[in-house]
Design a protein around this ligand. Structure first.
Ligand code: 1HE
Length: 279
């Protein structure tokens, strides 16, 4: 690792003005609304390009989430969610540095996907390269009509490095990811919704409100159910069926056995629980 890279990775992020998450770099801001934390990519002058400080800040944010936060919303300031990797930081990277750089992204995005609470991402404008990799680490994606998706790595002479080779094929299949990378094509918000890149498609400017509403609902779920959805479900889906069924049974028994589940089931049976609404 060169001294330059080492300096960037180990230097502590500058303190932000946010009281909620005091150690964030200036490219990130955080606030909370009740038990939902809202993390904003705040580097619009560089189209929220993800530099090392931002990636480390994302990791620190998710690692140090207060215990009373039950869900997170992540969104971007300005016209675009994220232009992906900050290309200015990669220009001089050597091979070993590049490996460590990618592994740093893996650690950070792992804290999102397999962290403490579910994460809802709001997508608008460019959601490209590493920006799409970041979005793919969230559990729920709300796209505004301005969103567009691309993987321009091919034209830059680089490759996915933020977990996209693992996460994106789960969303849209290996074939489409390969085709996006080979041809550099751009998918519109409507395309992305049809393909499964987003779960919700909303008007421009209303993505954050929708995401906060969804996160607020997620926050009311039993914590153990949210844990099972985040940590057990994806592992079960990738395991062999026999192991999957066993893990499912164990997870179900653990969730059902909790006092929280017992109280919620009693509420329903005694006509206090909410009914399922028509869609
Ligand atoms: C950047 C970056 C960046 C903008 N790294 N500085 N990502 C890409 O290949 C996408 C590159 N960016 C773009 O295609 C365009 O910037 C956008 C379509 C996203 C937005 O266009 P526009 O016209 O609104 O902005 P702009 O004028 O291109 O950029 C504004 C500034 O942001 C400008 O800097 P300035 O100092 O000249 O004002 C740009 O240089 C800067 N900027 N994008 C650095 N990406 C873990 S591996 C992941 C691999 C990848 O992510 S590859 C995809 C990289």
């Amino acid at each position: 690792m060169t001294p330059g890279r080492e300096r960037r990775e180990t230097s502590m992020p500058k303190p932000s003005k946010s009281k909620f998450a005091p150690k964030l770099p200036t490219s990130l801001t955080a606030r909370r609304r009740g038990d939902v934390a809202i993390l904003r990519l705040s580097r619009p002058q560089k189209r929220n390009a993800l530099d090392d400080g931002t990636i480390l800040g994302i990791e620190a944010f998710f690692r140090t989430l207060p215990k009373d936060i039950k869900a997170v919303v992540i969104h971007g300031a300005g016209e675009h969610f994220s232009a992906g990797l900050d290309l200015s930081e990669l220009a001089e990277a050597e091979v070993a540095e590049a490996v460590h750089h990618s592994r740093m992204w893996h650690r950070a995005f792992d804290k999102i996907e397999f962290g403490k609470v579910p994460v809802v991402a709001v997508l608008h404008g460019a959601v490209v390269g590493g920006g799409l990799e970041l979005a793919a680490a969230a559990h729920v994606r709300v796209a505004e009509r301005s969103a567009y998706y691309a993987l321009p790595e091919g034209s830059r002479g680089i490759f996915l490095g933020g977990g996209g080779t693992v996460r994106l094929p789960r969303l849209i299949g290996v074939s489409r990811v390969a085709e996006m990378m080979l041809t550099g094509r751009t998918y519109s918000a409507e395309d992305g919704q049809a393909l499964g890149l987003s779960h919700y498609l909303v008007d421009n400017g209303s993505g954050l409100a929708k995401a906060v509403e969804l996160a607020g609902h997620i926050a009311t779920n039993a914590p153990l159910t949210n844990f099972a959805v985040m940590h057990a479900l994806p592992r079960i889906a990738e395991s062999d069926p026999a192991s999957g069924y066993l893990t499912e049974a164990l997870m179900a028994a653990i969730a059902q056995g909790s006092d929280e589940a017992k109280a919620r089931l009693k509420d329903f049976l005694e006509k206090r629980g909410k009914k399922v609404q028509r869609g």
